[in-house]
Each structure stands twice: as structure tokens, then as C-alpha cells.
Design a binder for this molecule. Sequence first.
Ligand code: BGC
Length: 741
Amino acid sequence: MRILKKVVKALGLLAVALVAIASFLLWWTQPKRPVSGVFVRQAGPGIFKFTDIPKGRVLSADDVDAYARRLIVEMTLEQKVLQMSGDSSLWDLVKLVTIEKGKYNDVPITAGADTRLAIPPIAFSDGPRGVVLNHSTAFPVAMARGATWDRGLQRRVGDAVAKEIRAQGGNLWGGVCVNLLRHPSWGRAQETLGEDPYLLGELALPEVEAVQAHNVMACAKHFALNSIEETRNKVDARVDERTLREVYLPHFRRLAEADVAAFMSAYNRVNGDYCGESRHLLREILKDEWRYRGFVMSDFFAGVYDGKKGALAGLDLEMPWTMAYGKTLVAAVEKGEVPLAVVDEAVLRILRRKIEYATRPDPMAYPPALVGAAEHRALAREIAEKGTVLLKNAGGLLPLDEGSLRSVAVVGRLADAPNLGDYGSSRVYPPHTVTIVEGLREALGAARVVHEPGTDLAGARAAAAAADAVVVVAGFDQSDEGEYIPQKPNKDEWGGDRKDLALKAADRELILAVAEANPRTIVVLIGGAAITVEEWREKAAAILMAFYPGEQGGTALARLLLGRANPSGRLPFTVPKDSTQLPPFDNTSLSVEYGYYHGYTLVEKKGGQPRYPFGYGIGYTTFAYARPALDAKEVKADGRLRASVDVTNTGPRAGEEVVQLYVGFPGSKVDRPVKLLRGFEKVALAPGETKRVTIEMPAKDLAYYDAAQKAWVVERVAYTALMGRSSRSADLSSLPFRVKD
Ligand code: BGC
């Protein structure tokens, strides 16, 4: 036995030595960087500037390109290729984590720092939960922000994130994840904004604009069809052209057209090609058809395998270190296998962004005190309040009456644990996280709040029976869902795809036991996407979907439960009754068919009823809708249609309502969804107040993609506009209209 142990240990040491030698050789044989070893402590446009362009001089797009081209003329092939991959090496990462005891992305990850040519680096900080650098503000996860349906809040998140990045030496945020939620089992569901392409585009856009207004480049990721985690490095998403264009790409297009600075290619394959090597995605669609001017970076560590193929396909930057580019690319250009023009174009795209972002005037200064500023923490709380979705509130149990409430039992292991989301690349480390128990104790005084972890059912029952109300916190954490990092030694940090749409058996038993002991039971659900509720929902008086509510989540939840705030979140996805209502989710096959229908479009096409529909959510007040009206019965194919409705707050409290506009296609000659979201507006209404909400829709948004003609087609037929408070037909009024030439 002892010998066996020694052999295993020796083999382990040998493996470590081989990795070290291999990483050294990899580094040694590559072109040498003027700046190396940079998971830098100080980065950003501050370390060096473009020499002869004073910062603050506004350059036209032509000036920027002319300056970049002048630089390119002076550069050697090696210098050009060095712009095309990150400055780090595997050794830097090992050193950071082992010797310097830093955490991943503690400091910006740089690319293309060149002191000889005075070219500043790209200095990357990941997201989307906030800024991964150091100890920044941890906002509610992106899916909670999707549930706000609030463009203004997204703009404010972008603003806060950009300030925290600039204050810490970064100039690029990898936080705009707009992968469509095809299925709630996806481990990284928490990082995106919902299941609907229109909603994704509308909510990501203001965030991107706000980030870029502070001269921080935003990066839209992962292009494209990245929505299965455990096979993400290998799986081939098979998709037909129409589905690709209508379902999986419109939100990316929205951001490309808004001049988002960068795109990140996905790890997976699409129709056979790795996304970082996909000519169809990168060259034909993104750069040629959408006329995108920015650069494309690979996803990190294994995002491009074949350097020649990647460069020819239009992958401009390999991150975070050289594997497929470097000497391989230099040799390929020298042999004439990759035209020099391809390298020149990639460098132009990268330099263009660097010059634009390093020279534009800043709107303000960025002192270190901006990181975790009180204003940002208040924003994190506001988002948690406005992104929490109240799904059920039988008998108006919520909000709890603070005056008469003597004691609350808070039950569940997640109730007093900081639970901000997964432990993957989006992990943010705020200085402090308010748990739900802490939040309630702060609001009600410690004496009135009892916490029971729920591991002992008898104890939980007794605590519930003795309390005026019970809050069960149930759901998931980083061990159940998240970015999949198989090499992590601690099994609790594995993440991966969620195994089941239902709560774990222990949580389900806990809810049933506690609800039997006290019917005034409120269930707070924690997770990245839909959680099914069939087995226990009738027993719980109230249900809230709180996602991973961020560092101020406990304060926000306490305020919601006590009525100091009114929940106004709406589901950015469908909650099915069970998984048979959704597309199959297969995270073992290496080839998966991505069909045209998913989420609400699939449930509706099959004629079923979900448990909670897309767009659904209630609150502590009620809203009445008058009969909506269209401004015309006919609209030209290049025209716009306006739908208006008067909405009145008929309840006792101020609240926010999300007015939604869908379109149905009764006259279509092709297969189309029952309806599609095409507009929404969030309005705040005082009790008794009425507001007219008008939503404008360009008729071109009615188009379908005709793969044979390779064109978008707006049919000149009859349609219906459907306006109301959720995607459920009972919540919508229908108005017919036609499109004409
Ligand atoms: C993730 C990306 C992330 C990158 C850099 C990858 O593992 O898939 O979302 O931006 O790491 O941290």
C-alpha cells in the first residue's frame, strides 16, 4: 500500500514537472514580447499611451484608421502577430495562484502591450456579475437583471461597472453574455438575460452603451449557441440557417450594430466548426453582412485550435496567451498560407479599438473610492428588489405586517450563506455579502428572527409552528450549477449543468414539512433559471423567485417581505410544469440539434400551458388595462406601428408594471411561432394613477429569414398585435393589422 502511494505521488510530481516543462517550451519558442508576465498589477491605458496622439483629442473614425494604418506600416510581422494574442503565459497563471496567492483575474489580463511601439494593452476584467477584479460590487446575477425588464437599471449597472473597471486599471469588460437561454438546465444560465432574443438585445444594449461611455470596451459573448456547459469545449450545435438568424443571433446583431467594441467567440462548434474558427459566423455574418468594425477575441485557454483556420475565419485575438497563433501564424504567413492582409486586418481592428478608447475624452476621473461605492451597493439592492419575481401570494400573505409580527422562522441552509452565484470566471468577491437572515435581523431586530438550517426536519417543523410566519430559502449554489471547471480539486466548486429542474429532494421535503406546521409559509427560490414547483406549490402560501440576488440580496429580500419595497420582476423565461414542455437537454452527446422552438414559443406551439408564463409576475398592488389601440390598421413594410394602452394602478401601493407587446402571425404562409415579443415598457404608477403607455414597433421586426433567398422577408399579410401584462393569452388584448407595400 505504501509503495502504491509512493508511486502515485511520484507520478503526480512527474506530471507537474511535465506541465512546467511544456509551458516553458511553449513560452520559449514563441516570439518574445516586449512586456511579458502580465497578469499585470498595473495595467490599462495609464501605463503607456499612443505617443503622438494626445488623450482628449477627439478623432474621427477616419483619423483613427489612418493612425492605425501608419503604425501597421512600421510594424514587423512578429510585432503584428504579437498584437493578436494575450500577453500572459500558463506560468503567469500558475505563479499568480500559487506564489502570489492571488485569485483569477484579480488584476486585468492584458493583450498586446508593446513598449517599443508605445501601444497600450487591452486590459480585461470579466463579468457579468460585476467586476471580477479585486473586491468589487457584486450585483445580482444577469438573469435577475433580465427579470427587471428595466432598460434604465441596465444602463445604471453598465455605468457602475465601467467606473469600477476604470478605477482598477482595466479597459475592457467581458461581461455582456447574451447567449439565449435555450434550457434552464444550462449551468451558466445565471450569466445571461433570458430566453427571448428581443428581450436579450433590448436589455444588453443600454448596458453596453453605458460601459462604453466611460471608455471601457464592452465584449459581447459567447458568439454563438453556447448553452450547454459540460460539453462546451466539444459539442457541435447543429442549427439550420433560419433558426440561427431568427433565434440565436438577433441580439448579437443588435450589439454589433450599436458598435460594441469586441465579440468573444464561443468554445463550442456550430455546424461542425469551432466558433473561433467559423468563417460563416465570424467572417460571413458578423464582419461582412453586419459590417462589424470591432475585433473578435477567442474564449480563454482553448477557444481556437487551428491558428491558420482561426485567422482565415476572422478570429482577431487569441486569449489569454499564445497557443494557436504566435510562431504558427508567423510561419503560415511566411509560407503564403495565410495572406498578410488577413493579419493586417486583424491588427487594424485591434488597434482601432485601442486608439478609440485610449484617446476619447473621459467624462470624469476614476478614483479608487469608486470600487464598491455606497451608490453601487444601493444599486445592487435596488436591482435585487426590482428583479425578484413574486409568483404566488395566496390570501395576500405578503407583505408581512411588521407591526403585528412577533417572530419569523427562516429555514434552509442557503438562508444564512453568502450565495452570489457560481465559482467560475464570473465570480466577484465583494468585501461583504448580506445574507437573508442578516437582512431580516437588521430589519426586524435579532430577537424576532430564528434561523433553522433545515437539516433536521423535526427542528424545522417546531421552529415553523412557533413562528408567526416562515420563510424557506431553497434552491441552488455553486455546487449545483455554474461554469464547469472539472480540474478544480474541491468537488463543491464544480458547477456544471443543473441535474434537475425541480428542487432537491431535501428542499422539497423541508417545504412540505414546514408548510404543514405553519400555513403562513413563504418560499424564496434561489437559482439561475426556471425551477419547477409542482410537488409543493399548493402548500406554500407565497413563492418568490430571487435568483442569486447579489451582495445586498439579504437587505432587498427583507424589504420585499416586509413591504418596504414592492416586487416588480417579471419572468425572463418560462417556468414549465415539467421538463417535457421544454426541448431535450443533452449534455453528454457531442452533437446536439438546436431546433426552431424553445421556451414560450415551444410551449405555445404544442398548445400547452406552462406553470408560470414568460413575462409573468405579480406584486403588492393591482393594475387595470383599458382597451389598447393601434395608430393604424395598416402599416407599410418600411413603416412603424404604434400600440397604446392606458394602465391604472388600482391597488393600495405604488408599483411598477411591465407592459408587453407581442405579435401573432395569423396570415403567414410559413411556419411561425404563435407569437413573439416585440416591445415592452416598464412604468411606475402611484396608487390611483393612470399612464398611457405607447410602444412603437418597426414593421421590419415582423420579418422571417428565408434561407433559400438568404434574405429577411416581411410578408404583406394579416397580423395581430397583442398587448398586456404577460405572455399568457388571458393577459393580452388582441388587435388586428396588416402590412402592405
Ligand atoms: C469563460 C468566459 C470568460 C473567460 C475569461 C472563460 O472560461 O467561458 O466567459 O470571459 O473565461 O475569464
